[in-house]
Write a new protein. Structure first.
Length: 157
């Protein structure tokens, strides 16, 4: 969680200062930090063991640099067996756990807020376009809603 203040500081600096050529971060050739959102919902997406590309996801472009993000567990993740885990990654361009390593269901309780793996100090660059996906392991899920917000810099041509 300690990396979040640095992320927000970096965002403030990007927005507040002009870039080369007098362009601001909102101007055409420089997109600035963007936020992508994906939501896993058991009611919509099911809970089978394996990768789940949720109905509400986003495709991140090849070359995007992931610099942080957060996970908010809206409704607790439940499973009949006590050992279910959830990881968050992308369908291509990174690993299935590039955003959140396999996390035990006990940690994914209602209203839990967790930092994502990428940070300013340890960014992740996508090698291909990929959608945000969730991977369930060890036991199937029977309930839960998880929102993920990913902070990224778009690919620069």
């Amino acid at each position: 969680m300690s990396s979040l203040p640095f992320i927000f500081q970096a965002i403030r600096e990007l927005v507040a200062s002009p870039v080369a050529g007098g362009l601001t971060p909102d101007a055409g050739s420089f997109g600035g930090v963007q936020v992508a959102r994906a939501r896993y919902s058991f009611a919509t997406d099911g809970g089978v063991i394996g990768p789940i590309t949720p109905a509400l996801t986003v495709s991140l472009p090849a070359g995007a640099i992931l610099v942080g993000g957060i996970v908010h567990v809206r409704d607790a993740v439940l499973a009949p067996a006590g050992s279910a885990t959830v990881a968050i990654g992308t369908t291509a361009g990174s690993s299935a756990s590039a955003l959140l390593a396999a996390t035990a269901k006990a940690t994914l309780s209602a209203n839990a807020v967790l930092p994502l793996v990428p940070t300013n100090a340890i960014p992740v660059r996508l090698t291909a376009t990929g959608s945000v996906n969730f991977t369930v392991a060890t036991a199937a899920l029977t309930a839960g809603i998880i929102d993920a917000w990913i902070f990224f810099l778009p690919a620069v041509p």
